[in-house]
Design a binder for this molecule. Structure first.
Ligand code: PMP
Length: 392
């Protein structure tokens, strides 16, 4: 007779050792984590209010200010992925009934519009076909017509491989009484962005792309204008976890003694600190140049393989994620599976409006090397030969 009260047996999978294969992650993220950052994340825990952890948080803040090129005091890392930062930005800025204008040329605008609608905002969409970007006059037309209080736009549209020019947009928004909110999850460190000079009011990114840290923390910063709008709120932000008032205090941005808000993902912060340290050591300008050069080498190689780049204009190509049309007669899933099975390389198919149309190849941070470009081109050449043969 059994005396156990357990009705759910121990899962056999958990009695086997964890298995993590070696892979080269050349999709749109995450990218591989170098040993130095892995080691930082593998350090023993400290308490979330210990002075050493608060010191690491201060260093992260300074690293984000450098990466964003901003002097904003309200600069910190969200305990969550890029989506979490997107929600934090929108739910702190927008109140029920506010008008938001969302520039949509891929999935990130679609998601921002979805989030803003859930917050009860009046959302107006500015649309461009995938592969294209917005000109200042497109934006101005939307600002004049809808009079929004916030404009959302994506700097690096990872679903289409487009780099959105930001020059003049901040000034334009401010002339129309609107705040500029920019998603730089896929572009930060890979393409120039200057938060203060470009008058960006809210900027956020992620840890797992150019910064080469594991997913789970997300840099974000708010301008004085954005802070003032948040101070004028009539209602509390609808999330306690992402309430910027609380987070500003925990991150030492409000001049008050720091109070416990949540138990921060301390080891994720150690990794993020190290990812930012590596960017600081390399220097932003060298990092931008590295991504530019390796992307150019990749584009040339793809062209030489007879493949067609999805983004026609060279200056509109995102240096971190390159999109190439799925070649005629091929199934994109066969190509990505072939690279994974035969070369242990991850590349991705399309996302949202680019599904079925493109393959996406990411070269981010430490993964942006000439050697990795050669590797992925070799693997693609192999795939184009083999996948076609298997279809004949
Ligand atoms: N914005 C952009 C431009 C992205 O590329 C991503 C991630 N692919 C996100 C937001 C969301 O980030 P996460 O998956 O870390 O939540």
């Amino acid at each position: 007779m059994t005396t156990s009260l357990l009705r759910v047996p121990p899962p056999q999978g958990l009695l086997r050792p964890l298995a993590v294969p070696e892979r080269l992650l050349l999709g749109p993220g995450p990218s591989n984590v170098p040993p130095r950052i892995l080691a930082a994340g593998g350090q023993q825990l400290l308490g979330h209010m210990h002075p050493e952890v608060l010191q690491v948080m201060d260093e992260i803040k300074a690293g984000i200010q450098y990466a964003f090129q901003t002097q904003n005091q309200l600069t910190l890392a969200i305990s969550g992925t890029g989506h979490c930062a997107m929600e934090a930005a929108l739910l702190n800025l927008l109140e029920h009934g506010d008008t938001a204008l969302v520039a949509i040329s891929g999935i990130w605008g679609q998601r921002a519009a979805d989030i803003a609608r859930r917050l009860g905002s009046n959302v107006h969409e500015l649309l461009k076909p995938p592969g294209e970007y917005f000109a200042p006059w497109d934006i101005e037309e939307g600002l004049v017509q809808h009079k929004p209080s916030v404009l959302f736009i994506t700097h690096g549209e990872s679903s289409t491989g487009v780099l959105q020019p930001l020059e003049g947009l901040g000034e334009l928004c401010h002339r129309h009484g609107c705040l500029l909110l920019v998603d730089a999850v896929a572009s930060l460190g890979g393409a120039p962005i200057f938060m203060d000079q470009q008058e960006i009011d809210v900027l956020y990114s992620g840890s797992q792309k150019v910064l080469n840290a594991p997913p789970g923390s997300a840099p974000i910063s708010f301008s004085e204008r954005a802070r003032e709008k948040m101070l004028r709120r009539k209602t509390k932000p609808p999330s306690f976890y992402l309430d910027m008032g609380w987070l500003a205090n925990y991150w030492g941005c409000d001049g008050e003694p720091r109070r416990y808000h949540h138990t921060a993902p301390i080891n994720s912060f150690f990794s993020l600190r190290e990812g930012l340290a590596m960017l600081v050591e390399l220097g932003l300008e060298s990092s931008w140049e590295r991504h530019r050069a390796n992307c150019a080498q990749l584009c040339q190689g793809l062209h030489d393989l007879g493949l067609e780049l999805f983004v026609k204009e060279e200056k509109a190509r995102l240096p971190t994620i390159t999109t190439v049309r799925v070649p005629e007669g091929y199934d994109w899933k066969e190509i990505t599976a072939f690279l994974m099975d035969n070369h242990a390389i991850e590349i991705a198919g399309g996302l949202g409006p680019s599904v079925g149309k493109v393959l996406r190849i990411g070269l981010m941070g430490c993964n942006s090397t000439s050697g990795n470009v050669d590797c992925v081109l070799r693997a693609l050449r192999d795939a184009l030969g083999c996948c076609r043969r298997s279809r004949l």
